[in-house]
Design a protein around this ligand. Sequence first.
Ligand code: SF4
Length: 480
Amino acid sequence: MKLLLRGHDDRYAVEQLQLALFPEEPMEPAAEPFSGDGAVSTLHTGAVWLTATAEITLHGKTGRACRRLRAAEADVPARRRLLQNTYYEAAMCLREPPAWGSLSGVRPTKLTTRALLEGKTPAEAEKLLRTRYHVSPERSRLCVEASEATVQAAQLLRPQDVSVYVGIPFCPTRCAYCSFVSSSIERFSGLLEPYLDALVREIAHTGDLLRASGRTVRTLYIGGGTPTTLSSAQLRRLMEALRTHIDLTELVEYTVEGGRPDTLDAEKLETIASMGCGRMSINPQTMNDAVLARVGRRHTAAQTAAAYEAARAAGYDAVNMDLIAGLPGDDPGSFADSLRQVLALAPENVTVHTLALKKGADLYAGRMELPSADAVAQMLAGAETSLRAAGYTPYYLYRQKYMSGSFENIGWCRPGTAGLYNIYMMEEMHSIVSLGGGAMTKINLPDGRLERFHNPKFPQQYLERIDDVLAQKDAAFRLL
Ligand code: SF4
């Protein structure tokens, strides 16, 4: 679908909204003279008024809208809102209102968190989403609940705190929906030891930088990929290096993403717990074995349950379990059954994702039929009802591009067990120092902006460029 801008150049704001409101219409280039299907977003800047118009034509129907704003009140966010709201109103002549209204960003809770931190009540924060951004009452409520958890988590943070992320970009096999640069261990097992050698160098270097900068580590998250693709001995070496080089005495949360249940056994789970990790993530994605086989996850629901019991025996304070709504071959009944089995295990956290397909995923090519948007909506609505009935509340929430339907991912927790790293990272509340292949360090600058530093994506590149990685860490810490 074409998009032409006249009188302004805020393409990102309007384009993201168009993608969110018309996900089935691919973006196309547009130029004057403009005709046929597509959208035109126009801004006229007068002495007193800024006037935005939007005209959208699709399949022979046209929607139009016009709004204005006093030029004196038109700072950058207000101008952007004017353009987006005008586009949204024109689009609503052509389609039903989406649950997320005119919000197209991946972090809708930032708006409600800011409102609460500025002293607004939860009811006022909810109203802000409903009236200014046309968000449905249900989604507004979810956002505010997640933001209330964020406000609590913020109280644990001190100005000198950072979080540390360590990436292990290896997995036993590749899931059909994965677009991450994870290397299958079947093909790349020879890289594991050299990868760990390089990672230990980055850990030691980062430890020096943390000490010299006076920064303290509040949460530590070992993610992937699947970190537990490593053997017990390799995990011990990694976690020993973290303990030796980085001061972990101020930690309030230490998570390891077990991810695939087939990589977990009692010995590994005990090793990880003995090294100080208190939060383990075990991700079934579904408890339907046929669906697991279809998406290339070579484990069963029985293995998930066994891994969970082994984690409990190893003594973790908190266990998270991830499910995905919208996998091929799944349906609302089967999804509800997966959740029922997960809830019977009583993990502290349950994260309900919606399938998001990106280029690079095998499923992206469309070889498998996926559940309809209506079916996914039923799965998510049923999940919310069951989770609330079991005493869980939402503690973080985000959206992704390429997600099926107008949905979101939500982390649910039992009282007092919110996953802090997830909140700090998703709400961008403080700097995240990230290590390993594919990791991204994000530094929160004093003026509110973020500076990002990317490590090389693939393990082989990471090994070859480890000296550059260390030099880049120096640059990141100069901003801290
Ligand atoms: S476990 Fe996660 S990172 Fe690994 S292949 Fe599957 S989706 Fe990708």
